[in-house]
Design a protein. Structure first.
Lengths: 120, 172
C-alpha cells in the first residue's frame, strides 16, 4: 500500500519533467527562428547579447502563459517588424524570392524533358 | 534554333543577376527600424526604482502631456553621453521623463544619478529586460516619445543635440 503514493509522486515528477522538456524544445525552436536584431548573422538562440537573453526570457514567459508558437511569432512581428522572423512572408516584396526557385526548377525540368524526347 | 536560344537565355539571366547584385551594392545592409510609429503604449507592471512599490503603466501616462520614456543603465557608456541632454530636457515643463532602469543594480544606478543628476520624474526598474522587449526596444540607450498613450517617435541610441531639437519642436 505504501508504494502507491511513492509511485504517484514519481510519476508526477516524471511527467512534469517531460512537460518541461517540451517547453524547452519549443522555446529553442522559436529562438532559432528569430533573427538577433543587434547582432550580425546570428539567431536569437545563438546570441548572448542582452537583447537576445531578454528575448529568450520573454519567449519562455509567453510559453508558460500558454501562448502558441504562432501567437509568439505574431507578437514579436508586431513589436519588431517582419525582419525579426527568419522565414520571409509571401507578399509583394518577396514574390520574386519565393517564385524564382520554382521557375528555375520548371525551366530545368523542361530542358531535361526536351532533351529526353529529342534523343528518342 | 537551339543553339541560338541558349546563349540568349544565358546572357539574359546573367544580365538580370548582374543588375540585381549591382543594385544590391548600393543598398544599406544595416537594418533601420521604423522610428515614426503610432503604437499604443504597452501595458506593464514594474517595481519602482527607489522603493519596491509596484507602478502600473496606465498611472504613468495618464495625463495629456508628453512623456519621454528613456531606457538607461549605469553600465552603459552612451547613456552617460546622452545624460546632459536629458538634464536639459528636464527643465522643460511640457514633458515628463520616465526612466527605465535596464538590467542594473541599485547601488551603481543610484551613484550614476548622484554624480550626473536625476532628470527623471519616475524611475522603474526592468531587472530582466523583458518589459523593454514589450516596448520593442533593442537595448540601451533608447527613448520613446509618448503622447496620449501612443508612441509617436522613438530614438535608438543616445539622444543628441539634433534629437533634442526635434523633441522640443514636437512638444511646442
Amino acid at each position: 500500500m505504501k508504494f502507491i503514493p511513492i509511485f504517484l509522486i514519481v510519476s508526477i515528477i516524471l511527467n512534469f519533467n517531460l512537460l518541461k522538456a517540451d517547453e524547452i524544445k519549443t522555446e529553442n525552436k522559436i529562438a532559432k527562428n528569430l533573427r538577433c536584431l543587434i547582432c550580425q548573422g546570428q539567431s536569437v538562440y545563438d546570441s548572448d547579447s542582452e537583447f537576445a537573453i531578454s528575448l529568450k526570457l520573454v519567449i519562455k514567459n509567453k510559453i508558460q502563459q500558454g501562448l502558441s508558437e504562432e501567437q509568439i511569432y505574431s507578437f514579436l512581428k508586431m513589436k519588431y517588424g517582419e525582419w525579426i522572423l527568419y522565414d520571409p512572408v509571401f507578399n509583394r516584396n518577396t514574390y520574386f524570392l519565393w517564385l524564382l526557385p520554382i521557375l528555375i526548377f520548371l525551366a530545368g525540368g523542361a530542358i531535361i524533358i526536351k532533351r529526353f524526347y529529342n534523343k528518342k | 534554333m537551339k543553339s541560338k536560344f541558349i546563349p540568349l537565355i544565358l546572357i539574359f539571366i546573367f544580365l538580370i543577376t548582374f543588375v540585381i547584385f549591382f543594385k544590391g551594392l548600393k543598398n544599406s545592409n544595416i537594418y533601420t527600424p521604423n522610428t515614426n510609429l503610432k503604437k499604443e503604449v504597452p501595458l506593464f507592471e514594474l517595481k519602482s526604482f527607489e522603493n519596491n512599490s509596484i507602478i502600473i503603466s496606465e498611472k504613468i501616462f495618464e495625463d495629456n502631456k508628453y512623456y519621454l520614456m528613456n531606457i538607461w543603465a549605469s553600465w552603459c557608456i552612451p547613456c552617460k553621453e546622452e545624460h546632459k541632454f536629458l538634464m536639459k530636457l528636464k527643465k522643460d515643463e511640457r514633458i515628463e521623463l520616465i526612466g527605465f532602469n535596464y538590467k542594473d543594480n541599485f547601488k551603481n544606478a543610484s551613484s550614476f544619478l548622484k554624480d550626473l543628476g536625476n532628470p527623471y520624474n519616475i524611475i522603474v526598474s526592468d531587472k530582466d529586460g523583458t518589459a523593454s522587449i514589450e516596448w520593442g526596444a533593442y537595448g540601451v540607450p533608447e527613448s520613446f516619445l509618448v503622447h496620449q498613450n501612443k508612441i509617436i517617435k522613438r530614438f535608438i541610441g543616445p539622444i543628441n543635440d539634433e534629437n533634442l531639437l526635434e523633441i522640443q519642436k514636437i512638444i511646442r
